[in-house]
Design a protein around this ligand. Structure first.
Ligand code: GLU
Length: 417
């Protein structure tokens, strides 16, 4: 049988399994299986050569029962309607697992930002806001960065909505640069939140983090900060990292600053002095203590899951593991900290940013870290307890916690009886 790799079909299958295990009412299950709203737009952009190119963009508002929908915008050549829907569903479970008063949404544009100039990217970013402005805003739907979108892109988008509204609207979007109303601690929040989960998991499982070996797939925002933070906070040894072009490995450990400098100079981490090149696939199978998928979907599938040797898999990417792979990892007693728990630090600090924008008063970085730690630790423990009580894997447990929280509010509102 060919394994299902469509991310939305996977998100639905995960929900179906949780609904069954928790005996969710049929009407509620049916309601939560599809997004509340999905908008597809066309964005004409004047390119540097004077020609107009029209891009397709999306915004999905999956569920707003617990608050305004929240979730990033991805600029990616392989973006699809179903990727956006899956990511929006996962945002719904993510905001619920960390118990912040927001719903779940996601956006995207099919484009290749690596081949676009800054001017083209700015016009595309502003065009996306013009196309969706009627359905977004601080009180309705609050976007943020995702794969290949940056604080600068958030800044252009903030400006565009502020022009449309006629007043400064910093709470429209999060992940902004600090001078424009960004939050201290947002830059590394996704990875840092994951570190708090890892600390709790290591404690529960009796894994010594000092000197533990780590492999990280993906060298974007989450992967880079994870590399720095596992070393800084716990004294782990990162022996392998990768980007979309390939991986590198060194038994003696890879220095973060050197890897970052290599990436900036040559566009890839491959070729870094003192390391051996590997494929992304080989990185997943290394004999390490901790594996951190921090790239995109479907990295660990039923084809390679049996070869994963790590004790802990910390999913900083969204959707890196297929349901088939999940079953294999569980059978092999590998502790998977599932994506919408492991990477919820990003949206948690986004929530703090939105709160700070709303009351126009800004917190110190140490305050953000402390509040983030509190949220992540509570979320990890809620999921761990459910996993013990219901004798299921951590992903199923996270679904059970989140779906129950969303369903409770849907029911209180009288939406689904
Ligand atoms: N794109 C990030 C995620 O997948 C952040 C979302 C946000 O901050 O709203 O969680």
């Amino acid at each position: 049988m060919v394994e299902e790799l469509n991310p939305f079909k996977i998100a639905q299958a995960q929900l179906d399994a949780a609904a069954k295990k928790m005996r969710l009412k049929k009407s509620m299950h049916e309601y939560l299986r599809e997004p509340q709203r999905f908008l597809q737009v066309r964005i004409p952009v004047r390119m540097d050569n004077g020609q107009t190119q029209t891009f397709t963009g999306f915004r999905c508002q999956y569920n707003d029962a617990r608050g305004p929908t929240k979730g990033g915008i991805r600029f990616h050549p392989e973006e699809t309607e179903d990727t956006v829907k899956a990511l929006a569903a996962w945002m719904t479970w993510k905001t619920a697992v960390v118990d912040i008063p927001l719903g779940g949404g996601k956006g995207g544009v099919i484009c290749n930002p690596k081949e676009m100039s800054q001017g083209e990217l700015e016009r595309l970013s502003r065009g996306w806001v013009r196309a969706v402005h009627q359905i977004v805003g601080p009180e309705k739907d609050v976007p943020a960065p995702d794969v290949y979108t940056t604080p600068q892109i958030m800044a252009w988008m903030t400006d565009e909505l502020s022009v449309i509204r006629g007043y400064n609207t910093p709470g429209f979007i999060t992940g902004k640069p600090l001078p424009l109303g960004g939050s201290a601690g947002r830059g590394d929040a996704t990875a840092r939140g994951g570190m708090y989960c890892l600390r709790e998991a290591a404690d529960k499982l009796g894994v010594e983090l000092e000197g533990a070996t780590v492999a990280i797939q993906g060298f974007g925002n989450a992967g880079q900060h994870a590399h720095r933070l596992v070393t800084e906070l716990f004294g782990c040894k990162v022996v392998a990292i990768s980007d979309s072009r390939g991986a590198i490995h060194s038994k003696d450990g890879i220095d973060f600053e050197a890897a970052l400098a290599e990436k900036q100079a040559s566009g890839t981490v491959q070729g870094l002095k003192g390391t051996k090149n590997l494929t992304n696939e080989a990185l997943l199978k290394l004999d390490v203590d901790i594996l951190i998928p921090a790239g995109i979907e479907n990295a660990i599938t039923s084809k390679n899951a049996d070869k994963v040797q790590a004790k802990i898999v910390l999913e900083l990417a969204n959707g890196p593991t297929t349901p088939g792979a999940d079953a294999i990892l569980y059978k092999n007693k590998i502790h998977v900290i599932p994506d919408f728990l492991a990477n919820a630090g990003g949206v948690t600090v986004s929530y703090f940013e939105w709160v700070q924008n709303t009351y126009g008063y800004y917190w110190k970085e140490s305050e953000v870290h402390e509040k983030l730690d509190e949220k992540m630790t509570a979320a990890y423990h809620a999921v761990w307890d459910r996993h013990k009580r219901s004798r299921c894997d951590m992903r199923m447990a996270a679904y059970m916690v989140s779906v129950a929280r969303v369903a409770e509010v849907v029911e209180l509102r009288g939406l689904v009886a």
